[in-house]
Design a protein around this ligand. Structure first.
Ligand code: AN7
Length: 364
């Protein structure tokens, strides 16, 4: 029998760098430990000598990176005696909050924008048993309401303004350094509320010092590249946006909550923000599926859209090692996936050997 300890989640793995002690009840679904996959075909296709790795966060228990933050936030909420959590969400946070609340045996309230949440996210959140409050307004409106409500009701906010969320999410940077043996040259992320870019930067900074001695163990940190959807790009505009719009509904956010932290990550790392159209995002989305067999959700592909653009222009030079975070699973948003493939709709034929054979021979 194997004596190897089975994986029990990111809090156990990185306990010495997270705010827990021996008596803390850990609320976990064995999140984290997601694959870092090196792209094989896309670099060849673009004719550039670069190592591009994708950190596929869509393989977390609820299908997005939010699980990293939620295991930590719900663990701390339960430790503090909270009976209920609340969040505003474009979909993934609500799914994660609902799942971890179910696991902990507490209540989850989620505020979602009316009609602008991907189908898979809604299905999950309903199944996990959260109280869904659909509002007549976008994510930013919901976030403002959640902050107000939390002052008047006994609920813990689990949006990324909760610092424990950032602590959980920083472990993705630890995993990357552990796996590669070094920090990458560039780290590319889709940016909405900017909690994740904040978390990765915190993680890379903390991991370059020993947790016990606080001595530097590696000096290298990546340049952070934050990419937004063109219709929802406050970091590129340099100011908040009131009517954000993009097909990548996960990042349809105009008033990012981690504004100052994200600017700090950009400045300290020597990185940049940029924006890409829905067409560019969807092209990267499809490319990942069709050339690498990796199906992420549209918002996630913004990281690759940005990386490919900046590799093409030479801003990211050849020889670089690049990590793109793919924040969510493609199954989250089946509608956008299917509508992208309209031209290749399945043909219906007669159920005979001849008919099937003809289709195959026509294709080859
Ligand atoms: C797939 O679920 O804000 O910049 O409410 O679901 O840390 O906000 C989701 C954000 C990127 C942006 N990719 O991350 C929510 C929510 C996916 C996402 C982001 C989100 P942040």
């Amino acid at each position: 029998m194997s004596t190897q300890k089975h994986y029990t989640g990111l809090i156990e793995r990185y306990r010495d760098r997270l705010p827990v002690n021996e008596t803390t009840r850990i609320i976990s679904l064995n999140e984290g430990n997601t694959p870092l996959i090196q792209l094989q075909n896309i670099p060849r296709l673009i004719g550039k000598s670069v190592d591009i790795y994708v950190k596929f966060e869509g393989l977390n228990p609820t299908g997005s990176f939010k699980d990293r933050g939620m295991t930590m936030a719900v663990t701390k909420a339960v430790e503090a005696g909270s009976q209920a959590i609340i969040c505003a969400s474009t979909g993934n946070t609500s799914a994660a909050a609902a799942a971890y609340a179910a696991r902990a045996g507490i209540k989850a309230f989620v505020l979602i924008p009316d009609g602008k949440i991907a189908l898979g996210k809604l299905a999950q959140t309903l199944m996990y048993g959260a109280e869904i409050i659909q509002i007549n307004g976008n994510f930013d409106k919901g976030m403002a309401l959640v902050k107000e409500v939390a002052e008047h009701a006994p609920v813990t906010i689990v949006n990324s303004i909760n610092p424990f969320r950032i602590d959980g999410q920083k472990t993705a940077a630890f995993e990357i350094v552990d796996e590669l043996g070094f920090a990458p040259d560039y780290h590319c992320l889709p940016v909405g509320n900017a909690g994740n870019i904040t978390a990765y930067w915190k993680g890379y900074k903390e991991y370059s010092t020993d947790s016990a001695t606080h001595k530097a163990v590696t000096a290298k940190r990546p340049i952070m590249c934050g990419y937004q959807a063109a219709g929802a790009a406050p970091f590129v505009a340099g100011h908040m946006i009131d009517e954000p719009e993009t097909i990548a509904t996960a990042i349809r956010i105009g008033h990012p909550q981690s504004w100052d932290f994200a600017w700090a990550a950009q400045k300290e790392s020597g990185g940049w923000f940029d924006k890409f159209t829905d067409e560019q995002i969807l092209a990267a989305h499809k490319m990942l599926s069709q050339y690498e067999g990796i199906f992420c959700e549209p918002a996630s592909a913004t990281s690759l859209a940005g990386a490919l653009h900046d590799i093409g222009s030479g801003k990211i030079p050849e020889g670089s090692k690049i990590v793109c975070t793919l924040t969510g699973n493609g199954l989250k948003d089946p509608d956008t996936a299917i509508s992208q493939c309209a031209a290749a709709h399945p043909v219906t034929i007669e159920a005979s050997l001849d008919a099937v054979k003809r289709v195959i021979l026509d294709c080859l």
